[in-house]
Design a protein around this ligand. Structure first.
Ligand SMILES: Nc1nc2c(ncn2[C@@H]2O[C@H](COP(=O)(O)OP(=O)(O)OP(=O)(O)O)[C@@H](O)[C@H]2O)c(=O)[nH]1
Ligand SMILES: [Mg+2]
Length: 644
């Protein structure tokens, strides 16, 4: 059976609830306060079986300006709107505001219902009709039917029913294969059953016994019973007014504005990119970072509006914005939203969500604007490609992609498959369906090879780099699985060699130095030099070996911890260095201080070595320089310590 949802809209007291009653026989004003005050406060729900067999769900909204937030929650996701205008009063402020809201939320179709015609004469009715055509021009209701009824006498009600039937037949049914999403508009306890939530299923479907999740809190529960228009069902689908009886969730854990989903599908967000239409009759220009009320689904929170493409948005203009929200909400691309002023509460604009999980953007950046332009005007496939591209070298999972584009999972999967077949992307995690753009993967591969090359250049005597070391040199978004795939791939293509846990380039050979025993010879020569060791240059000249090769061996020995590099060309053998260090500490412990000449005397070395050495001891924080003298750090001679 086809389901269509109709919402009422219109100024307070214009006869919306009476009209619903005339159509269905149900009084949707249930609250005591509503009865006493004669106004609607909360949303009302009922349904009507149309002659063609379509079931029309009806949401009755309040007209009072104080309850516009309930009205927005009610009409978000409806298929048809009945804009109700009392013939004896004509167009009033909330007539216009509700019409703006329906337009901003992109309600597809509707009709205008002039009520209370029993109270006016023909002339007045014609005047009101003129007024109506004026306000609906340039809106989706431009050529909508205008019906005249009296809920008191019943005049016009049969015509209204057949018009609703015709319009409903023109409404396209919703696809039930999107991600399941139900913005909650009511939460209550039913005796003997427990927690029940209701809402309009925006997309997907839900069956008895399934596990569901409440967002943003993340609480999970089970579907115990399911109802669509008061009838128990095994499965509810998109477009239906659905009541879900939840097992394992207390009513205190849920509130209106929450969204029911399946676990691990939708992710709440506090940062949203959008295209905002600022209404022509907004009171003043919208400045960068202005805080406004932000309505999406049945949720209301505050948003700071960052203007991305201009300094301010004047009434009547539209622009790209980034919304920073006070509380997390569930939102998907193509969703509609409304913004209302936070001081003078009035609808000032609304628009379409382009990305519900963006990065923070720089303002006035042409590349950011171009990307958002593509999300606004491009196809779903283009949006998908853009998100894969922007996931850079880390790649992106199917789950994340489904939160970034408005497409059912099977469509996203089929596009991914096609892109993979064309070689545009690689599947890096078949379990999570994680993909990486081929260009990004090439970049990652080049980066890994460059890192290896640089390592070999710096330390030619090392056989290679361990996997862990190489991973730390790659971007942090590269996870273990992707890294493993990269390494295996590089090994398979013989672009790197894995040998004794070390990765190296195939061209890298530990230089022939080892064969000549040069490494050992350098070590011996430096050790023999004691506190006046030879430099790489001196040794290379003495032995007629290439200077770079000898210097590389010195660096290798430093890396191995055998030599200590003091400065520039001065390398000491660790044995000589440690012996001197011990001698210096012993001296300072008994003499408290040492002058440079005294230190020179201790080393019996020339100034060329003495000055860099004593400065090195300062540098490694063994000694502290006080004028011409040095003392041990961290002892009683240390004035710094005394002060503290
Ligand atoms: N004479 C006459 N009175 C009507 C008609 N429709 C509604 N009324 C009266 O107008 C008053 C307001 O009607 P409601 O249906 O409560 O108006 P509403 O639009 O639902 O008001 P809110 O929900 O508070 O915005 C009630 O006293 C109704 O009896 C009608 O067709 N003819
Ligand atoms: Mg009402």
């Amino acid at each position: 059976m086809k389901h269509v949802i109709l919402g009422t809209a219109g100024h307070i007291d214009h006869g919306k609830t009476s009209l619903v009653m005339a159509l269905t026989g149900v009084d949707t004003d249930r609250l005591k306060e509503e009865k006493e005050r004669g106004i609607t406060i909360e949303l009302g729900f009922t349904s009507l079986d149309l002659p063609s067999g379509i079931q029309l769900g009806i949401i009755d909204v309040p007209g009072h300006e104080k309850f516009v937030k309930h009205m927005v929650a009610g009409v978000w996701g409806i298929d048809l709107v009945a804009l109700v205008i009392a013939a004896d009063e004509g167009v009033m402020p909330q007539t216009r505001e509700h019409l703006d809201i329906c337009r901003l939320l992109k309600v597809k179709k509707g009709l205008v219902v002039l009520t209370k015609i029993d109270l006016v004469d023909h002339e007045l009715l014609e005047l009101v009709k003129e007024e109506v055509s004026e306000i609906v021009q340039d809106t989706f209701l431009k050529s909508a039917p205008i019906l005249s009824v009296s809920s008191v006498t019943g005049e016009g009600i049969p015509q209204l029913i057949s018009t609703l039937d015709l319009l409903s037949q023109e409404i396209e049914g919703r696809s039930a294969d999107g991600l399941f999403r139900l913005p909650i508009d009511r939460v209550f306890i039913m005796k003997g059953f427990g927690t029940v939530v209701t809402g309009t299923m925006i997309s997907g479907n839900l069956s008895l016994g399934e596990t569901v999740q409440v967002l943003p809190s993340g609480i999970e529960g089970k579907v115990r019973t399911l109802q669509v228009y008061n009838k128990s069902v095994e499965k509810a689908v998109a477009g239906e007014r659905t009541a879900v009886n939840l097992q394992g969730i207390e009513t205190s854990g849920i509130e209106r504005g929450d969204v029911l989903t399946r676990p691990n599908t939708l992710k709440p967000t506090q940062l949203i990119d959008a295209y905002l239409e600022y209404l022509p009759d907004a009171p003043r220009a919208l400045k960068h970072r202005t805080k406004q009320r932000f309505h999406i689904g049945t949720t209301l929170t505050n948003a700071s509006i960052f203007l991305l493409d201009r300094e301010e948005l004047t009434p009547g203009e539209s622009g790209f914005v980034q919304l920073r929200l006070e509380r997390p909400v569930v939102a998907l691309p193509q969703d509609r939203f409304v913004i209302r002023g936070s001081a003078a509460i009035q609808t000032v604009g609304g628009g379409i969500i382009l990305d519900s999980h963006p990065d923070k953007h720089r303002r006035l950046s042409s590349s950011v604007i171009a990307d958002l332009g593509l999300l606004k005007d491009g196809t779903g496939e283009q949006a998908l490609q853009q998100h894969i591209h922007h996931s850079r070298m880390g790649g992106i999972t199917l789950e994340d992609l489904l939160n970034r584009v408005e497409m059912p999972p099977h469509e996203v999967q089929s596009i991914i498959r096609k892109m993979a077949e064309k070689g545009a992307l690689l599947l890096i995690d078949p379990e999570k369906l994680k993909v990486i753009e081929s260009g990004q993967y090439q970049g990652l591969r080049d980066l890994a090879l460059t890192q290896l090359r640089e390592f070999h250049q710096r330390l030619p005597m090392k056989s290679g780099l361990s996997k862990e070391e190489l991973r730390t040199k790659l971007p942090p978004e590269v996870d273990v699985k992707l890294f493993q795939i990269l390494i295996n791939n590089l090994i398979q293509l013989k672009e790197v060699v894995l040998e004794k846990d070390k990765l190296r380039l195939p061209s890298h050979q530990i230089s022939s130095a080892d064969e000549k025993g040069l490494v050992k010879r350098v070590e011996t020569a430096v050790l023999k030099g004691g506190l006046q060791p030879p430099s790489p240059k001196e040794l290379s000249e003495e032995w007629s070996e290439r200077e770079e090769e000898v210097r590389a061996i010195f660096e290798h020995l430093v890396h191995e911890g055998i030599l200590v590099k003091i400065k520039g060309e001065i390398y000491f053998h660790r044995v000589s260095f440690e012996k001197l260090k011990e001698e210096l500490v012993t001296y300072l412990k008994s003499h408290q201080e040492i002058t440079t000449p005294q230190f020179k005397e201790m080393t019996k070395a020339s100034r060329k070595y003495v000055i860099p050495l004593i400065e090195y001891f300062d540098q490694i924080k063994l000694t502290l320089r006080l004028g011409e003298k040095r003392v041990l750090r961290g002892t009683s001679q240390n004035p710094e310590k005394k002060l503290s």
